[in-house]
Design a protein around this ligand. Structure first.
Ligand code: UD1
Length: 339
């Protein structure tokens, strides 16, 4: 059978690496394109230990169209899953140009080459951040996009718009933008997981690093929100479930060529920051050192996904629980910190 080569930009990153595992399991041949500026080459070995297959990887800066083109000449890509992007909200406020340059140019170079080489299927890594601060807390794909609350969020909104315009211009490619809610957890094998560089911005790595004694104390950002326990609500989705959604998206595009759809990827369940802290304490048996601090600027009070479209269109729903995610994240943290 002919190999179905899938270009996975950012395939050594957190979500990318878990998706490469699921692609290999599903019989695709992923080709990782990553410059390892925010990831580690050990991830490649982790993927190989899980799947028994050493994935192909190419060290390339995806914003560099000429360098990326070499891969399109080498492989007859059947699909592209474009992850390579920066994702730290605060950093994007401090250095917006770095975000606009990296996140938009990487997408544009993938799209230019996808058009030039007639790649039929394209999955884009979007985010629930595109909804800004929505009027309703439970959002579906038709919920109007409010103003982005950071340059990072703006890059995701602009990226979806760029894809929509390419689709509207008569492209033969099918596109799906997956709007992730809050990805958490690690592979249950503890072979791959999240590897934040420096102090983590996101909640769960902060919790597990504090639990492991690597960080001193977690600050819970705000206790005066209009929620049951006063802390913010998010829809935390296990990274393995999220990775599987990419395979389902590819499957759908294969059967529905030339379409463009944006699809939420979440569990439909909201959890508060304190619920995550409590889940960690229960799962790990460790008392976490935490305190309340002020609100973090730009935080949305509550947001979680309506999941009807992912279920009906992609035949995908989350299977793993928040306990599974916290347990897997904790096992991964213990492994990398030798706890
Ligand atoms: C945001 C974006 C998400 C994006 C992600 C990238 C929204 C709604 N979500 O996630 O789309 O992909 O950034 O990084 O815009 N918290 C603490 N203490 C900490 C860290 C976090 O209390 O040390 C709280 C936050 O204030 C928030 C919750 O935990 O209430 C989740 O925060 P985080 O993990 O950073 O994710 P989002 O900000 O929801």
């Amino acid at each position: 059978m002919k190999d179905k080569y899938i270009l996975v930009t950012g395939g050594a990153g957190y979500i990318g690496s878990h998706t490469v595992v699921e692609l290999l399991k599903a019989g695709y041949t992923p080709v990782i394109a990553d410059d390892f500026r925010n990831s580690n080459k050990n991830v490649i070995d982790g993927i190989a230990r899980i799947t028994g297959k050493l994935p192909v990887y190419e060290e390339v800066d995806v914003t560099d169209n000429a360098a990326l083109k070499v891969l399109f000449e080498r492989y007859d890509f059947y699909g592209i899953i474009h992850f390579a992007a920066y994702k730290a909200v605060g950093e994007s406020v401090a250095d917006p140009l770095m975000y606009y340059r990296n996140n938009l140019l990487s997408l544009i170079s993938c799209l230019e080459l996808s058009e030039e080489f007639n790649v039929p299927n394209f999955v884009f890594s979007s985010s629930c951040t595109v909804y800004g601060a929505p009027d309703e807390v439970s959002v579906d794909e038709n919920t109007p996009l409010k103003e982005a609350n950071s340059p990072y969020g703006a890059t995701k909104q602009m990226s979806e718009r760029i894809i929509e315009d390419v689709h509207g211009s008569g492209s033969k490619t099918g596109f799906i933008a997956l709007r992730y809610f809050n990805p958490v957890g690690a592979h249950p094998s503890s072979e791959i997981g999240e590897l934040p560089i420096g102090k983590p911005n996101n909640l769960l790595p902060y919790v597990t690093q504090t639990g492991a004694g690597y960080l001193e104390q977690l600050t819970v950002n705000g206790n005066d929100y209009n929620t049951a326990d006063g802390t913010c609500i998010r829809d935390y989705i296990h990274v393995v479930d999220l990775a599987k959604a990419h395979v389902k998206a590819l499957n759908w595009l294969e059967k529905n060529p030339g379409r463009f759809e944006a699809v939420n990827v979440g569990t439909g369940i909201g959890s508060s920051v304190l619920e995550i802290v409590n889940t960690f304490e229960r799962v790990s048996g460790i008392k976490l050192n935490w305190k309340f601090g002020p609100r973090r600027s730009g935080d949305v009070e509550k947001i979680y996904a309506k999941i009807g479209k992912s279920r009906d269109l992609l035949n995908w729903t989350a299977e793993l629980s928040i306990e599974d995610a916290v347990r897997d994240a904790w096992n991964w943290e213990k492994k990398i910190r030798n706890v």
